[in-house]
Design a protein around this ligand. Sequence first.
Ligand SMILES: [Zn+2]
Length: 93
Amino acid sequence: MSTLITDTNELTHFTAVFSSHDLAADIAPRLSCIEVEALAGLLRALGEPATADTWIHEHATDDEIGDAHYQGDTLDYLATIDPQDNLQCDSCQ
Ligand SMILES: [Zn+2]
């Protein structure tokens, strides 16, 4: 650990505060990709990989096509299905 960090209680406090899922859900979408990666890297360095993944996941919910964490839009895969189409009956349509 860095010799510049002398108060590990502050690191413990930082990881405890930033482990809040509600905080990640509120803030992560507002961070840029670079900002959330920096925060996630710090959390991983502090031994909090699950918290880092939570921040990346919550951030990704607001990324758009072309952004580093874009997950795709599940609504693109939804299609309306008309059950009458499967009957192939002229009088039903
Ligand atoms: Zn991103």
